[in-house]
Design a protein around this ligand. Structure first.
Ligand SMILES: Nc1ncnc2c1ncn2[C@@H]1O[C@H](COP(=O)(O)OP(=O)(O)OP(=O)(O)O)[C@@H](O)[C@H]1O
Length: 318
């Protein structure tokens, strides 16, 4: 029942305005794929093109190896709706299933009959009245159906918890595709690094120096970079306020605000040059008004002028 969905250089224009720019994407059978990205990045447009609710301007949409660009949603049939399941979180599961059929101007009775029949076969009747917004319902539905699913959200935390594969979109282009942990551990550029992870990654100006890299007041000796770094990125959870063997001192920061979450503590601070820093600490440590801030070099990210990741040999080897 589960299908392969493939987008090959898919574009979308509304008149002169191009909103999706050559998207290539492979979705494997049974995968749960989540599209994330800021408002206007093209998530809904892509999903609507896959569901057949929006015409594809250029490129090919392949389902199980066959081109379906010009196949209307109703011609794809209800099996198609299940196989490539496009979920709208504000609608009930019933409405989601009925949606593709409504666009085919099918009678209410016929839609009802088809949805009930499909729900019965798939044994999802108890879920019909619920909205898939409730995260557990989406996960349950996917587990029951085991089908290829595409889900759209702004919320990267939701994407991290649900997806097998996350597609990060920005301005109608894919920035990166990967598992949640791939994107968290190895973001390929500054945009993805800043978008995935909560609280967000800290970014500080950086510059190549004769023996490594300068980050604010510190000079970190490290092997040469592929291209000159201009930005240093470190996640709040990879900063510390106590020294440790593998840690490098980043500077002294003035603490602006401490948020105690019980299990974790979030510290908002500013370095001497005014650069803001968010530090996420485990437990409930005592936090003075001024703290020494340390980071783990293994967890550092460096980006070049164009926001692309630039690697030092040391990091590459790690
Ligand atoms: N019918 C339309 N005519 C013209 N432009 C459109 C139309 N539909 C969408 N757009 C534009 O296409 C771009 C992508 O929109 P889309 O709704 O796919 O983004 P999104 O990532 O789903 O955003 P959101 O998270 O706010 O729903 C936006 O710039 C939007 O203004």
């Amino acid at each position: 029942m589960s299908s392969t969905v493939e987008l090959r250089n898919v574009t979308k224009s509304y008149g002169e305005l191009q909103v999706v720019h050559g998207v290539d994407l492979q979705i494997d059978p049974g995968e749960f794929v989540v599209f994330v990205g800021p408002s206007g990045s093209g998530k809904s447009t892509l999903l609507r093109m896959v569901a057949g609710l929006e015409e594809i301007t250029g490129g090919d949409l392949m389902i199980d190896g066959g081109k379906v660009n010009h196949i209307a949603p109703y011609e794809r049939g209800i099996a198609m709706v299940f196989q490539s399941y496009a979920l709208y979180p504000h609608m009930t599961v019933y409405k989601n299933l009925a949606f593709g059929l409504e666009t085919a101007k099918m009678s209410k009775e016929e839609i009802k009959r088809r949805v009930r029949e499909a729900a019965e076969i798939l044994q999802i009747e108890p879920l019909l009245a619920r909205k898939p917004r409730q995260r557990v319902e989406i996960a349950k539905l996917h587990k029951r159906l085991g089908n290829t699913t595409i889900y759209v959200t702004h919320d990267q935390v939701e994407a991290m918890t649900m997806a097998h594969k996350i597609v990060v979109l920005n301005n109608g282009r894919i920035e990166q595709v990967g598992s949640p942990l791939d994107l968290y551990n190895r973001p390929c550029n500054r945009f993805v690094a800043g978008f995935i992870g909560s609280p967000k990654m800290n970014f500080l100006p950086a510059a190549a120096s004769s023996n490594g890299v300068r980050i604010g007041d510190v000079s970190v000796p490290c092997p040469t970079f592929e291209t000159s770094p201009v930005t240093f990125g470190i996640r709040p959870e990879h900063l510390s306020i106590v020294a440790g063997t593998s840690r490098i001192k980043l500077g002294i920061a003035a603490v602006d605000l401490v948020e105690s979450l019980g299990g974790q503590t979030v510290v908002y601070a500013s370095l001497a040059d005014g650069e803001p820093l968010t530090i996420l600490l485990e437990g409930q440590p005592a936090v003075a008004d001024r703290v020494e801030v340390f980071f783990d070099f293994e967890k550092a990210h460096f980006f070049d002028r164009d926001g692309r990741k630039t690697l030092s040999k040391h990091l590459q080897a790690a």
